[in-house]
Design a protein around this ligand. Structure first.
Ligand code: ZN
Length: 464
């Protein structure tokens, strides 16, 4: 399957192929033609109301074959495959699996974080949690350790893509000490030539995207030189890879977009976006991933919101994180920290900017930075992000479209993101209508990936 794709898309397509064949008994990669078992029967999913990533289809029937949506039939269609396994989701709602275009995996253990946790065990643990919460595609956007290629190959049935280590600045972001990077996986070129060499090496190692960090962290660390990030973007494109950048401030974001950047991987949070930036985003067709939750996560748990004790959040937390968040001293310290006021202001700016970009019709993607630090909780962060998007003026349907169709399209994953014929059967089955209230998306009963039920109900999930 992946051999039909263009060379630059091989890594992405290989993941899609293996994920569709993640049951060893049926995988084309697991058996030869001669001893291949008979193909599994098609699956007919009936009686659910389906939002396909673009439209509310009402009650329809999904026919799934070989991991893909084969057909979307009208309810009660009489010409369904006679040998199908039939699944009755009466009264339920189906939406496409979420596509997180900015997350991290294998970087935390309890309340600690760092590259020493980048092991297969931790990566799988995080992917399982994303999956349980309905996130069926995860782009691990940088800081992946040297074992990235091997781990991705080993866990190919999971919804993971990645940037490898990524490209940072010498002595700059991502700050090695703060991020616990002992064997720093981030390439830190000092010149344009070194940047091109680093991009070529990462492309050769099979990364799916080139990540770069262009942020002085409020003047605390060395900047990345403009000629270095321009060369990084240009070389990524020569290697037929997308370039996605961590930013915080408007000025570097604008210069990156002028340099051909494909994905602004955080919201602009130092000031209001100006008309020139909005126009440049529209003209370049660059995508924008706000990651609203990233700043809120720095303080909101210390504020003890009324939803802090809900099982949907509690079940996503390791025991040590629960204990930390229950500690009055921790909460008091956190709320006194001057960084908390800055984070509140950053969220407010991020919301206003996202609202402006949405109204201007700028291309958007979906991401959270979950998994990078212990308080950025895989699975929960994505549902909270959707809820925060309501504050930026999205309807539930618009937010879901960004988190499914648009986010997949931004990553050039045109095999998923929509529940339409030919696409991967990645979807979430929920008990209450998420188009009426986005928080209803939390009533997950089942998660399907590539035509197989892989998780659910979420109420039974417990973080290890
Ligand atoms: Zn990140």
């Amino acid at each position: 399957m992946h051999r039909r794709r263009a060379a630059g898309a091989v890594a992405l397509a290989a993941i899609a192929c293996l994920a569709a064949a993640c049951s060893p008994a049926t995988g084309p990669s697991a058996t030869t033609q001669a001893d291949a078992p008979p193909a599994p029967p098609p699956i007919v999913v009936e009686h659910a109301r389906v939002f396909d990533g673009e439209r509310d289809l009402g009650e329809v029937t999904l026919v799934i074959r070989d991991g893909l949506i084969e057909r979307v039939a009208r309810a009660g269609a009489g010409d369904l495959p006679a040998d199908a396994e039939r699944i009755d989701y009466r009264g339920r709602f189906i939406v496409p699996g979420l596509v997180n275009a900015h997350a991290h995996v294998g970087n935390t253990e309890g309340t600690a974080h760092g590259d020493r946790f980048y092991t297969r065990e931790h990566v799988v643990r995080d992917l399982r949690q994303f999956q349980a919460y309905g996130v069926t595609t995860v782009m691990s956007l940088g800081m992946n350790g040297a074992a990235f290629g091997d781990i991705r190959h080993a866990v190919a049935g999971d919804p993971s893509l990645g940037a490898g280590g990524g490209i940072g600045a010498p002595g700059g972001a991502p700050p090695a000490a703060n991020m616990g990077l002992v064997h720093d996986p981030v390439a830190r070129p000092a010149t344009a030539a070194e940047a091109r060499a680093a991009v070529r090496a990462q492309a050769e190692s099979g990364v799916d995207i080139i990540k770069l960090w262009v942020d002085e962290l409020g003047g605390q660390v060395a900047p990345m030189a403009p000629e270095v990030y321009r060369a990084t973007i240009d070389e990524a494109h020569r290697q037929k890879l997308l370039a996605a950048a961590h930013i915080h401030d408007l000025a570097p974001a604008a210069d990156l977009v002028a340099g051909g950047l494909d994905i602004v991987a955080h919201g602009v949070r130092d000031r209001a976006v100006d008309p020139a930036f909005v126009a440049a985003m529209r003209t370049s067709n660059a995508g924008y991933i706000a990651t609203l939750q990233i700043d809120e996560a720095n303080y909101v748990y210390a504020e003890r919101p009324e939803w802090l004790e809900t099982p949907f959040l509690r079940n996503a937390l390791p025991e040590t994180v629960r204990a930390q968040w229950s500690d009055p001293q921790w909460r008091a310290d956190k709320l006194r920290d001057p960084q908390t006021a800055k984070a509140r202001a950053a969220l407010a700016t991020n919301l206003r900017n996202l609202s402006a970009l949405r109204e201007a019709g700028v291309r958007l993607g979906f991401g959270t930075d979950a998994g990078a630090l212990p308080h950025r909780v895989p699975g929960f962060a994505e549902h909270r992000e959707l809820e925060l998007m309501m504050q930026a003026g999205f309807t539930p349907q618009q937010a879901l479209t960004v988190a499914t169709r648009d986010s997949a399209h931004l990553l050039r994953l045109d095999d998923r993101g929509l529940l339409q014929p030919g696409r991967r059967a990645d979807f979430i089955v929920v008990a209450a209508d998420p188009l009426a209230d986005i928080r209803n998306l939390r009533t997950i009963e089942a998660v399907w990936q590539a035509g197989r039920r892989v998780a659910g109900p979420v109420a039974e999930y417990r973080a290890p």
